[in-house]
Design a protein around this ligand. Structure first.
Ligand code: URP
Ligand code: ZN
Ligand code: ZN
Ligand code: ZN
Length: 530
């Protein structure tokens, strides 16, 4: 027949439009959109009836951490990502996401100098388990070897289609000094690689953490006090100044505070090509959540430690919602960073303080909850990050779309279309155009689901908790299609970890913004290359 599968009677919602269409899928791609198919059109194609539903492009989650280990994790000590490509992609697809971009990470070790070797090793990890959905890589660069940047960045782009790198302004084992940021950003720019920045002032954090530690303020809550909003704001401002100096676009990941959002907004208003991402934790958590469990000092609160931390109170959440609405934020990603709680290489690494015997005790399974209640350990040693790849879309649908804070089109733009454009995957991903991959998620906004309270048992990640335990969800995808195949339907996972393919990406399609800069021979960007 004409099509392999048809999606009938739904309201198709894209980043720009909302209208009733039937969709015909052939060979994994969108083939035809028409107001209404005839029985001849449908033939013996598989039918998905989307009556009463909203049909959207599948989610693109451009910020997930999978398979990062002790060496390649954010702290460089402790911390083993609980999800690999199989479990992480499984969790993603069950929440309506059909594309993920994960981080291959260089380390400071001499043997990790080669970015190509780092990527090859990471790719092998993905191939080992397979992925339920299509996946791509970013590269995290923590060294500024000129030879490596010069010879390998072009190969990363051409051979691997890796067109984005992440640089850190904090963490001892990852932080680049300003002169190094300039070097790597310039090299990235000359290869049409988008620079993503983790903007926190590492020196302020070190100073604050030492002060807190000297006063015995070690509970998880003090993680937030070691990183007040000005820590993020200062770094964002400095990164913008550096980027402007060399006329480079720049992309801020996981923006957590209005302090930073306001600085970004001001730079955008000046016409600079500054892009930004925010994440579910910043719209749904506050400093208070770091005191949520048992007692304010209980170590279980380490479940909520991520960096940057969410804002002190809900006023930051309101400001970030405004930023989603008004365009300050280009994309909405999960920053899924899966550490188990009850695991010496997860959040419990924060108990290492007590020396080798405590570490052995944890590894040998002596009651960790008992240890947790002892109020000891230090926030400084807790791996940073929280899981959320599966809850990203349902949370934003419930609290953003259903609550009337953003339109359904804006939802698609932030969670699918813009990440696809920003990371060079459009219109293969992020669109429902003829020729696009048939990645589709179908929601039922009106009475499609009895609101329910989430528990971790609902989720498909390999993490032993969710930060959103007990939260009420009014919506969840009923169907998800990945390249034309129904992989999630009515709460059942139908796909396999052999379905996903590696995606080579092109450059940022949202513009380099160089037009905003004066072409003047006296500018740094001009003479520095002569
Ligand atoms: O706390 C966080 N966000 N951990 C993940 C690593 C990162 O910096 O994105
Ligand atoms: Zn980061
Ligand atoms: Zn991250
Ligand atoms: Zn151990």
């Amino acid at each position: 027949s004409k099509f392999d599968l048809v999606v009938l009677n739904g309201v198709v919602v894209t980043a720009s439009d909302t209208s009733s269409f039937d969709i015909g899928i052939k060979d994994g791609k969108i083939h035809t959109l028409a107001p209404s198919f005839t029985p001849e059109d449908i033939g013996d194609a598989q039918v998905v009836d989307a009556e009463g539903g909203m049909v959207m492009p599948g989610g693109v989650d451009a910020h997930v951490h999978l398979c990062q280990d002790q060496k390649t994790g954010p702290l460089g000590l402790g911390g083993q990502c609980a999800d690999d490509f199989e479990t992480g992609s499984r969790s993603a697809v069950c929440g309506g996401t059909t594309t993920i971009i994960a981080f291959a990470k260089q380390s400071r070790d001499e043997e990790d100098r080669s970015l190509l070797k780092v990527v090859e090793a990471y790719s092998a990890r993905a191939e080992e388990t397979g992925s339920y959905i299509d996946y791509a890589f970013h590269i995290i660069i923590v060294r500024d070897d000129k030879d490596v940047l010069q010879t390998e960045l072009p190969v990363l782009v051409k051979k691997w289609g890796i067109t984005s790198c992440k640089l850190f302004m904090t963490y001892k084992t990852m932080q680049l000094q300003d002169y190094q940021l300039l070097d790597v950003m310039l090299a990235a720019l000359d290869n049409s690689i988008t620079t993503m920045i983790h903007a926190e002032n590492g020196d302020m954090i070190t100073w604050l953490a030492e002060k807190l530690e000297s006063k015995g303020m070690l509970a998880p809550y003090y993680h937030a006090l070691s990183r007040p909003p000005s820590v993020e704001g200062e770094a964002a401002n400095r990164a913008i100044v550096l980027a402007e100096l060399i006329e480079s676009p720049i992309l801020f990941v996981h923006v957590g505070s209005s302090a930073s959002a306001n600085i970004i907004r001001a730079a955008q208003t000046r016409g600079l090509p500054v892009f930004a991402e925010t994440c579910p934790q910043y719209l749904n958590l506050t400093w208070e959540d770091l005191k949520r469990f048992h007692s304010p000092d209980c170590f279980e609160n380490s479940k909520m430690i991520c960096s940057p931390p969410p804002g002190p109170d809900s006023s930051d959440q309101d400001a970030l919602y405004l930023g989603l609405h008004n365009g300050t934020f280009t994309v909405f990603s999960s920053d899924h960073c899966p550490y188990k709680y009850n695991d010496p290489h997860g959040k419990m690494a924060g108990m290492l303080e007590h020396g080798p015997s405590m570490h052995r005790a944890s590894c040998e399974g002596i009651s960790l909850p008992e240890l947790a209640k002892s109020k000891t350990g230090s926030f400084k040693l807790v791996p940073n990050g929280i899981p959320g790849v599966e809850t990203r879309l349902p949370l934003l649908f419930t609290r953003g779309v259903t609550a009337g804070r953003i339109t359904p089109q804006k939802f698609v733009e932030l969670t699918s279309t813009n990440p696809a454009k920003l990371y060079g995957l459009y219109p293969q991903k992020g669109a429902l155009l003829p020729g696009s991959d048939a990645d589709i998620v179908i929601w039922y906004p009106e009475g499609g689901l009895t609101p329910f309270k989430l528990t971790n048992e609902h989720l498909h990640h390999n993490v032993d908790y969710t930060p959103y335990e007990g939260m009420e969800f009014a919506n969840w995808p009923r169907y998800t299609l990945s390249r034309g195949q129904v992989v999630w339907a009515n709460g059942k996972l139908l796909g396999t970890p052999r379905d996903g393919r590696y995606l080579k990406r092109g450059p940022n399609q949202l513009g380099k913004g160089v037009a905003h800069f004066k072409k003047d021979p006296r500018t740094v960007a001009t003479w520095v290359r002569e």
